[in-house]
Design a protein around this ligand. Structure first.
Ligand code: FES
Ligand SMILES: [Fe+2]
Length: 422
């Protein structure tokens, strides 16, 4: 439970809020690389409560500007995109991909160059990695270190990122990803061997043992958590997840999807961009991995939840299916079950009304870390979770079995893949 004030501090992300100011200090996924075509239509991007445009210039570079034209603020999403520049259709001001105004044809010819040199366009540094365009919206002259996660260093054939736009605050998205205790309950329909993609060992175990023991470590990048269950035959089965604050969660892979990451990125206070990143460190992604995760979604990779539904149709919940044995009545895919329960809380849930239990420990710890961080940042301290000793490439979630009596923290494989400065 949080007070109303704490909840506001945690959730509000506009440019004048403490959390909004801190989140602008991180490299943030903003658009799918594949959605931007050279000389194609600029894309409107709403991020952290502000509107931007992203476009791919003639030579392939990506530009990222405030949406409003610097002249009289019409949308640059309508602009012509050619000659490595955007040209506003209203009065023809031309801004090159680096954010420099290069022509102002509405001014008298003799003063155009001088006038253009004075106009400032708010533009932002971008990087492309992992199939995404990343942007830095913060105030620092030099952007922070780029998070070289494993998926950010793989060739395009090994990674696929898709986005869903969902109607809830970003903290609800983050909390759905870090809350491991719902796995064997909400998603138990997927433990059934007869369903497509079902029968995964982790889901079967989670559905039979819904109250795992959790062990949590605070790390330089956020948190890592082991959810420990009896694996049978004298073994412990551990699902080790990684939470890289403020946006990322890494979920252990299985036979269907070798590795996956999630990012929950605030669009504004009431909308969230949920990024699902599938990757295989060793070989090109096999199509069945994507089919498993995104089955029964539309083909829109920029919003695979476009037909998720809402209260009008109760997100397509199927009561007959529930009577016949399916738990949730949401039989399309696993992400839609998560999106639905989060949307059904309302767009910005009031955490002063909750009643938390011991299985919510990770939520409580994460909220505390975020609130301590935002207060410290507002008091002049640097934004956390960006230190030089983080080895981003080694942050990977794992699901493993080992003999009872040992600790997952001592296993070689854990120390290879999850240690990263612990
Ligand atoms: S509003 Fe864009 S050139 Fe005038
Ligand atoms: Fe879930």
């Amino acid at each position: 439970m949080l007070t109303r004030e704490e909840n506001e501090l945690l959730c509000r992300v506009g440019p004048d809020t403490p959390m909004g100011a801190m989140l602008r200090e991180y490299w943030t996924p903003a658009a799918r690389s594949g959605a931007l075509e050279a000389d194609g239509a600029p894309m409107r991007v709403r991020l952290l409560g502000e509107n931007f445009i992203a476009f791919r210039a003639t030579d392939g570079r990506v530009g990222f500007f405030d949406e409003g034209c610097p002249h009289r603020c019409t949308s640059l999403a309508l602009a012509r995109n050619e000659d490595n520049a955007l040209t506003c259709i209203f009065h023809g001001w031309k801004i090159d991909v680096s954010g420099k105004v290069v022509d102002v044809p509405s001014e008298p010819p003799e003063r155009r160059a001088e006038f253009a040199a004075k106009v400032r366009v708010r533009h932002y540094p971008v990087r492309e990695a992992g199939g995404m365009v990343w942007v830095y919206l913060g105030k620092r002259e030099q952007p922070p270190r780029f998070p070289e996660f494993e998926f950010n260093t793989l060739p395009p054939s090994h990674v696929e990122a898709r986005r869903a736009l969902v109607h809830y605050n970003w903290v609800q998205g983050l909390e759905a990803h870090i809350d491991s205790s719902h796995l064997g309950i909400l998603h138990r329909g997927w433990a059934n061997q007869n369903r497509p993609g079902g029968g995964q060992r982790d889901l079967v175990l989670a559905a039979t043992d819904t109250g795992p023991r959790f062990e949590l470590d605070v790390t330089p990048y956020g948190l890592r958590e082991g959810a420990l269950r009896d694996g049978g035959n004298g073994t412990t089965y551990a699902r080790i997840r990684q939470i890289v604050l403020p946006y990322f969660t890494f979920i252990p892979g299985n036979a269907q999807s070798p590795c996956s990451g999630r990012a929950t990125v605030p669009v504004d206070d009431e909308w969230d961009a949920e990024w699902y990143i599938l990757y295989d460190p060793n070989r090109p992604l096999r199509p069945e991995f994507a089919q498993y995760l995104w089955q029964n979604t539309n083909d829109n990779r920029d919003n695979f939840a476009a037909d998720l539904g809402g209260w009008d149709n109760v997100w397509h919940q199927d009561r007959r299916m529930m009577k016949e044995g399916h738990w949730s009545g949401f039989g399309r895919n696993i992400p839609f079950e998560d999106f639905t329960v989060e949307e059904a809380m309302g767009p910005l849930v009031d955490r002063s009304r909750e009643y938390l239990g011991s299985s919510d420990t990770i939520l409580i710890r994460t909220r505390r870390l975020l609130m301590d961080a935002v207060r410290a940042y507002a008091a002049g301290k640097p934004a956390p979770w960006q230190s030089d000793d983080i080895d981003y490439g080694k942050i990977r979630a794992l699901a493993i079995s080992y003999p009872k009596g040992q600790s997952w923290r001592d296993l070689d494989i854990i120390n290879e893949f999850t240690r990263s400065g612990v």
